[in-house]
Design a protein around this ligand. Sequence first.
Ligand code: ZN
Length: 388
Amino acid sequence: MRYVLYALLGILILGLVFFFVIFPRQFDANANGVIEQDFPEPSAEARALHAQLTIVDLHCDLLLWKRNPNERADRGHVDFPRMRAGNHAAQAFTIVSKVPASLITGKPSWRWDIITILGVSELWPPRTWTSLRERALYQAGKMHDFVAQAADSVILLKASGDVDEFIAARTAGIPLLAGWIGVEGMQVLEGDLGNVDVLFDAGIRMMAPTHFLNTELGGSAHDDPSVGLTEFGRQVIARMEEKGMLLDLAHASPRLIDDALSVVTRPVVVSHTGVKGTCDNERNVSDAHLQRIAATGGVIGVAFFKTATCGTDVDAIVRAIDHTVSVAGIDHVALGSDFDGAVSVPFDASGMIYLTDGLLRAGYSHDDIKKIMGGNALRVLREVLPQQ
Ligand SMILES: [Zn+2]
């Protein structure tokens, strides 16, 4: 009898170690791969130009994982040391709160939420187990802690003045890094308009109406695309514009994008996407939408992963950038890697030079490359974020 108890206890301990230690680490390592490949050696011109750039990326999901970006991790794509190594300067850190299991299993009926399991395994506080709003506030809190630990070497962008301070530092040769906090899927509002203010007060400055599932605001490109913007969605967009928060149309259904573009008065972004012109699928953005987003003064962040670009190398990213430039114009293209977003990418944050080199090889001028790699995104942040 005693041995049976010992055996059960042993199994229990092994189970706990697996769930709380091995599972979150292994899930992260498996989901966020780098596709091994040989890159052409960047030219001397590319190296010189790259050193002068202020690179900005509109999307990563680091906050979802059990990692501190102040330490260089042996998995995933982005952290502050790798940003410094790659001269990558500013990064959006986006909050994920709910992901249906159907995404992994391929069974549309499996709608139970993976993030609940991942959050518990990463020891998120119990208030996050049942509340999507609390998941957002908890992850925003983590970002504030990470920036505080970085001791003035990383600035959190919450106002246009912060963007000015960041640009001034970079111009003066100070290698300051910047981050800002976004939300992927406004299910975190839990249907309450007042929560826009709560999330703003938590430092969140960019929000997307939908992620993989329809929300109270409207339809997701992955769920029921016949749903456009709801009345609640209209109210949220109006409130976001009053506060100075960036509207992000990544993952939105085409109808939602149409409806949102009809009501916005400020520049909008698509933080991480491919374009139908080089990779035609339900999630990627049409030429008509590229033009309408450009007309708001906004930017399209071209993503680095295969579902976005239909390729696994730098040239596929450059092709998507090329198409976006030709349709939306050189002032409306940005980067939206989707680092750490459960995707595999050709290079991590330390390898941004391969993109600079790829754009040079594609014939872009130095000025154009500065715009694509960060200048355009900084312009939109300065314009949309509140003054204080
Ligand atoms: Zn995403």
